[in-house]
Design a protein around this ligand. Structure first.
Ligand code: GDP
Ligand code: MG
Length: 323
């Protein structure tokens, strides 16, 4: 059925009713970050909070997409409806290649699975807002779990994926990978480690190295406080080996979160994070406006003429902004 002529609310309702094309449109609204996105946020927020949000991160080529593909193949058999938000720096704005090549994509186009590729370039609202928005939409529509796949580079990506309920860090055989992950701040956010490409030489060594790293105090803060130690799962994603074990570990982590009350605190952190970014956006927009207005321009002239200092000008504008 066509969506033409429908309002944002109606499109959202159709998405909730299970219309895939409507959900696709809802996700586009969120990415464009306009008025429609705000309406979707209002509608979807009260309905969310059900889905288990799983972040999967790691270097490009580590096998995140292949592994995610295996999970989406596995989960419907367990009665689950997984959705994937793949944050893909190589993807064009139109969301071209999803999870690698077309064959794999078609393979997974079942009704119980929804996969969305989000390009990082030309992103109006910024990933810091569109990822939580996309997760909320999937959640409201009844997908569970919601998997976020991101390359673990850049602060926003680490923040977003670290704010998932469960964060999976994927590395490959070879010590260098674990060191890179550590540098990128991924060790601290990992709830589960995956050594993918376990079919390659050195997988057992990597496991031992990772274990040693986990023994180091700076990454075991979490363990000390709650008795949880991130497990290390070996996978060969191209063959599907280990995907079921990974899901078991994700599921077990969810149980741990629920029993310790950490699920609530993680979600609180997520809200905190999103509110912060929304606030930053509002304030930035306010700054642009304030400076463009007449008295803003006058303050700039005053600074140029040395009647006031730049900090005085900024304080004056801040007072007006926060009024
Ligand atoms: N040998 C081997 N290759 C793999 C494995 N998993 C993924 N690959 C290959 O690694 C490449 C990158 O995989 P991809 O899932 O796109 O990685 P991503 O960038 O982390 O999403 C692809 O050519 C995959 O076929 C694995 O377990 N073993
Ligand atoms: Mg990928």
């Amino acid at each position: 059925m066509s969506l033409r002529g429908l309002g944002t609310e109606e499109i959202f309702e159709r998405a909730v009713a299970g219309e895939r094309r409507a959900l696709g449109r809802v996700l586009t609204f969120i990415e464009r970050a306009g008025e429609d996105a705000d309406i979707i946020t209002e509608l979807s927020h009260p309905m969310g909070g059900q889905a288990h949000v799983v972040g999967i991160t790691g270097a490009p080529g580590a096998g995140k997409s292949t592994l995610t593909g295996q999970l989406t193949r596995l989960l419907p058999d367990l009665g689950l409806r997984p959705a994937v938000l793949a944050v893909d720096p190589s993807s064009p704005l139109t969301g071209g290649a999803i999870l690698g090549d077309r064959i794999r994509m078609d393979d997974m186009a079942g009704d119980d699975v929804f996969i969305r590729s989000v390009a990082t370039r030309g992103h109006a609202g910024g990933l810091a807002l569109s990822i939580p928005g996309g997760v909320r939409a999937f959640d409201a529509v009844g997908y569970d779990p919601v998997i976020i796949e991101t390359v673990g580079v850049g602060q926003v990506e680490v923040d977003v994926v670290g704010a998932a309920d469960t964060t999976v860090v994927v590395v490959n055989p070879g010590w260098g990978d674990a060191v890179q992950a550590n540098k990128a701040g991924l060790m601290e956010v990992a709830d589960i480690f995956v050594i993918n490409k376990a079919d390659r030489p050195g997988a057992a060594d990597s496991r031992r190295d990772l274990d040693l790293m986990l023994d180091l105090s700076h990454v075991t803060g979490q363990e000390r406080s709650s008795g949880y130690r991130p497990p290390i799962i070996m996978t060969t994603a191209t063959e599907g080996t280990g995907a079921d074990e990974l899901w078991d570990a994700i599921h077990a982590h969810r149980g741990h979160l629920a029993s310790t009350g950490e699920l609530d605190s993680r979600r609180e952190a997520r809200h905190h994070y999103e509110i912060t970014h929304r606030l930053e956006q509002l304030v930035s927009a306010g700054i642009v406006t304030a400076l463009a207005e007449d008295d803003g321009a006058m303050l700039v002239a005053d600074v140029a003429a040395k009647r006031i200092s730049p900090s005085q000008a900024a304080r004056t504008l801040a007072k007006r902004l926060l009024r």
